[in-house]
Design a protein around this ligand. Sequence first.
Ligand SMILES: Nc1ncnc2c1ncn2[C@@H]1O[C@H](COP(=O)(O)OP(=O)(O)OP(=O)(O)O)[C@@H](O)[C@H]1O
Ligand SMILES: [Mg+2]
Length: 525
Amino acid sequence: MQGLFIQLSSAVGGLMIIMTLFRDHIPPHLRDLLEKYTSKLVRLLYPYIEITFTEYTGEWFKKSDVYTAIQNYLTEKATTRAKKLKADTLKDSQSLILTMADNEEVTDEFQGAKLWWSSNKIVPRGMSLSFYPATEERRFYSLTFHKRHRDLITDTYIKHVVNEGKAIALKNRQRKLFTNNPSDNWYRYKSTKWSPVVFEHPATFDTLAMEPKKKQEIMGDLKKFGEGKEYYKKIGKAWKRGYLLYGPPGTGKSTMIAAMANFMSYDVYDLELTTVKDNSELRRLLIDTSSKSIIVIEDIDCSLDLTGQRKKAKKKDDDEDEEGKGDPAKKMKKEEETKESKVTLSGLLNFIDGIWSACGGERIIIFTTNFVDKLDPALIRRGRMDKHIEMSYCCFEAFKVLVNNYLDVESHPLFGMIEAMLKETNMTPADVAENLMPKSGMETPDTCLRSLIKALEEAKGGAARKKAEEEEEAKKKAEEEEEAKKKAKAKDAAKSIEGAKENGVGANGKLEEDKVNVKENGVTN
Ligand SMILES: Nc1ncnc2c1ncn2[C@@H]1O[C@H](COP(=O)(O)OP(=O)(O)OP(=O)(O)O)[C@@H](O)[C@H]1O
Ligand SMILES: [Mg+2]
């Protein structure tokens, strides 16, 4: 069968060559007829299908998203398979990349089907006015495959290529860190709600000091979330996840956020709540964030009144307002004060739970706090903040990560001593890291570790001193309270004697006894 196909193909090929060579000698009507039937024959015998993807769509200047996705997809294949490559920079990409050179071909395989991709360009002859940017060249990719794979390619493969290409673009893109602008500037010329800077934080889960088990659990959770599009759709839940990071200062909450953003290849929106005037501004800001992003509110207990104090403060204002009715200076002051953030807990909860939270695809929301107990339970209940992560003082496992990061040391005879000391002393990873970091460039790992031991000893001594001082303070306070109680009792007793005297109680009765007691002890029992 294959032999027959080859023979027929060469016959048709021969016919086409003859036609090209003797084109001018063939009468026009016969030439048209021959061309028509030859192309019919070619279509009949040629079992391959070709699809082209052009760089620009019908709209002016609009680069085709599908073309860009294919370009990204083929870039990965081309670097290992193509013989001719060209260096290029893709839009929003971090670095120089190698793409397929023009007229180059790479092969691909998908579920047993073999496919050929080629990159082509047409340079139109002669001068013409064009709306296409830069040059006159029109680039396109051609995909060739056997017609028996038609359904597989058109239904599944092309979608797969486009999705893969988009994922590659996402991974390689220059990520951004956004901070919110005050709303007074939102509608100025060229102004936006968020200001971006390039996000290049080096923290990763590898460099994060934490128990490995806990770290793995968080990474697994994030991975599951990132791949959970269909799952969230199935359970009818908005594709978002909330994390609450809590712990003392310097335990790595901000570092963890950076590591999460790098792990997921997400942008970060750092939301400063104190510059947001009210709930509607908050909503406008949040719906202006893009998909695949982390929205961070640091120190949530400081930026928002979550403990009911806002209501008290407001009530006080109202009282003052009543008193100072008609006073223009007070009125102005009040107007100025009301300009401050009026974002409420319910406003924040509405966004987290409400239908807006489902706009624009996957999002992670992270709150951090130093004082988890201060937070309103409504804010941190499961479902809102799906995962609570405690960032704690440095344990030995975390120390091992830090010592490896800072000193390239995996084991050392001093490790045993440090392990024991870390169990007894609370020291944050930030402090451990600070002590491990070589200061003058003359230190060896040994001297750095000894300096950490010294710091741990001091911290332990300091903690013991602090504890003793606290105990002393508590004892003193208890004694003072006891003394005050005694004095109050004596005062009461003296008062009752006076009262009894006035009422004429016998001079030798019980009252006389009490009087003696008061005189002698300063107290009655
Ligand atoms: N778990 C950790 N792993 C690696 N480095 C850490 C860790 N914790 C702290 N550090 C180091 O200490 C510095 C301070 O940490 P970070 O800013 O993440 O603490 P934080 O918990 O956010 O503190 P705060 O509550 O004051 O905001 C970081 O720059 C980092 O170098
Ligand atoms: Mg922080």
